[in-house]
Write a protein that binds this ligand. Structure first.
Ligand code: SF4
Ligand code: SF4
Length: 360
């Protein structure tokens, strides 16, 4: 099977339709000014012009999914007895995530460590992940807020992808990264790509060189830096706790589980949750270990840049996609905050004072 190929731009729709012959294809679709991942149907307009506003995370880890349904059944012969019948389904169809960016594909690898590479793998995520092929478009350069190279990735990174596509001469140079990717390359629509390899390499190097790196040495931050309450209070004072940063993040995976019941039948539903919400850590007793906004924000940054790397061999739980910077309604910038904490001359209290002066 060939592992390199070429696809003219005008054949993108045809390619997506070929991918969709035996799979559901999730692609970045233009809706007004927004690009968001949707299950592709021919009436949708695919856009590869810029990274989508949302990551493709929901294709494998849906924002809301039924884990099981239940029904309470009374035993006619013994009215005191009640049985419960449970039904769960992990028989998911094959899927393709098409047109995400390298930071999006890498996002799945962050979730994999928690949901798959463990003794207690999540059967729903695991099955969908196994059934999904990821065809990624490399970026031509950075977009506002991107810092993927600072967290070990890049606009042409292969991590998490089965195929990567690089824009060259009126089309895309395609490269298979995995066996699943090689199966994609065997589709008849893929042309010989050998003459584009050098140009694609050049384009990838140029794009990588153009991305800013706010943490030149290492993006991890040490737990001692979490003690400065003043600093965290200042950086997050304008945050309105909307949760957009977590919902748009390709690596955030917190969830809540609720049972919704009507008389004798019901469903157990898992939905994304956000550590930026006040009720996220509220315990049944009424105690909340993270009642203050700065504690919740500090936990979000700490999880991505300190606790997760400590648990998973230094891997950072942020892919530098920049979405939380681009779409935060009050412009909280996680790269600026972590970059400051990484600076050996950093004085969190002074930073807080400088910010105050700049505003006055
Ligand atoms: S997107 Fe901005 S305002 Fe909303 S919770 Fe995140 S940091 Fe706060
Ligand atoms: S923390 Fe922000 S920049 Fe990092 S992966 Fe999540 S949304 Fe992207």
């Amino acid at each position: 099977m060939a592992d390199k190929g070429y696809l003219p731009k005008e054949k993108i729709k045809e390619f997506v339709e070929a991918l969709g012959k035996d799979a559901a294809v999730y692609a970045p679709c233009l809706e007004g000014d927004t690009i968001t991942f949707r299950q592709y149907t021919p009436d949708k307009e695919i856009s590869l012009d810029r990274p989508a506003n949302t990551p493709p995370k929901g294709a494998i880890y849906p924002q809301c999914e039924t884990l099981l349904s239940f029904e309470f059944k009374k035993d006619a012969a013994t009215p005191q007895k009640m049985d419960v019948e449970l039904k769960a389904n992990t028989d998911f169809p094959k899927a393709v995530v098409f047109g995400g960016r390298p930071c999006d594909a890498k996002g799945f690898t962050v979730i994999d460590r928690v949901f798959v590479n463990t003794d207690t793998a999540d059967p729903y995520y695991k099955k969908r992940r196994e059934n999904t092929t990821i065809v990624t478009k490399c970026c031509n350069g950075p977009y506002a807020g991107c810092f993927c190279v600072g967290v070990g990735g890049g606009p042409a990174s292969r991590e998490g992808s089965d195929v990567v596509m690089t824009e060259v001469d009126g089309g895309y140079y395609l490269e298979a990264v995995t066996e699943k990717g090689k199966a994609v390359m065997s589709l008849p629509i893929i042309q010989d790509g050998s003459s584009y390899e050098a140009k694609a390499k050049q384009a990838n190097e140029k794009a990588t060189g153009a991305v800013r790196n706010p943490f030149p040495a290492d993006a991890r931050i040490s737990p001692e830096l979490f003690d400065s309450g003043d600093f965290w209070g200042r950086v997050v004072e304008k945050c309105v706790s909307c949760g957009a940063c977590t919902f748009l993040c390709p690596t955030c995976y917190c969830f809540n589980i609720t049972d919704e019941q009507a008389i004798t039948t019901g469903e157990r539903i898992r939905s994304w949750d956000s550590c930026m919400f006040q009720h996220f850590t509220l315990e049944t007793s009424g105690h909340n270990p993270r009642p203050a906004k700065y504690k919740r924000f500090r936990n979000r940054v700490g999880h991505k840049f300190s606790y997760y790397p400590e648990k998973y061999d230094g891997a950072i739980a942020c892919t530098g996609c920049g979405r939380c910077i681009r779409y935060c309604p009050v412009s909280v910038d996680i790269s600026e905050i972590v970059g400051y904490l990484k600076d050996p001359k950093a004085d969190p209290k002074q930073w807080a004072a400088d910010k105050k002066d700049a505003k006055n």
